[in-house]
Design a protein around this ligand. Sequence first.
Ligand code: HEM
Ligand code: HEM
Length: 175
Amino acid sequence: MKRYHPVLVTLHWLLAALVLGGLVMGGQVLAKTPNTDPAKLFSLKMHMSIGIVILVLMLLRLVIRFATQKPPHADIGNDLLNKGGVGAHYMLYAMVIAMGASGLAIANIAGLPAIVFFGSGEALPADFNDIAPRAAHGILALVLKLVIAAHVLAALYHQYVRKDSLFSRMWYGER
Ligand code: HEM
Ligand code: HEM
């Protein structure tokens, strides 16, 4: 077994783009737009919709991962680092799912579904700062960025320093 299942490959790269987009837009646009700005509703609608899609696709990817055969874990020649690599992959799943869950919790507590998706016409709260899952969502975003940075560096190290063609495992071709 040389490669991940093609559905997992597609979901990996699609999710990578969506998660990076969600992190950048969430931090640089959404969080910086005051709730009094009329543009906030659209920004929330986009962020929440994409966030829910990410959550559903990530859960689906986890199910498909356990249901399909995958290549043996990459060997970096050090037991501790090998275990770290496996742990980091589980962390990525856990962090993204926790981002989605905490986002849903903020939305639920602030009554956002009615305001954002069903045009209830109610005003947004002045901000989301008093909502506990909002703090969790921000901290998780920071930790997720660090884990993704480590993930990308590890992938590049495999590919270009160890030259073990790691990227081909997460690409299409004969399995
Ligand atoms: C941004 C969000 C990302 C997430 C959430 C993510 C998540 C994951 C996960 C969980 C795996 C393990 C495979 C599995 O268990 O299904 C994986 C593998 C992989 N990722 Fe990512 N990834 C992301 C971005 C990236 C980026 C930007 C790159 C490249 C620069 C990359 C390169 C790889 C490679 C090469 C593998 C294969 C590792 C192996 O064969 O063991 N990933 N990714
Ligand atoms: C799963 C992927 C998600 C990612 C990567 C993500 C990312 C982010 C980021 C980076 C921020 C800004 C954090 C900060 O600067 O402190 C943010 C804020 C927020 N997110 Fe998400 N999010 C996701 C899912 C969701 C979901 C599913 C919802 C709701 C259904 C949601 C609702 C919110 C809300 C309400 C805020 C606060 C905006 C503000 O303070 O004005 N997020 N998100």
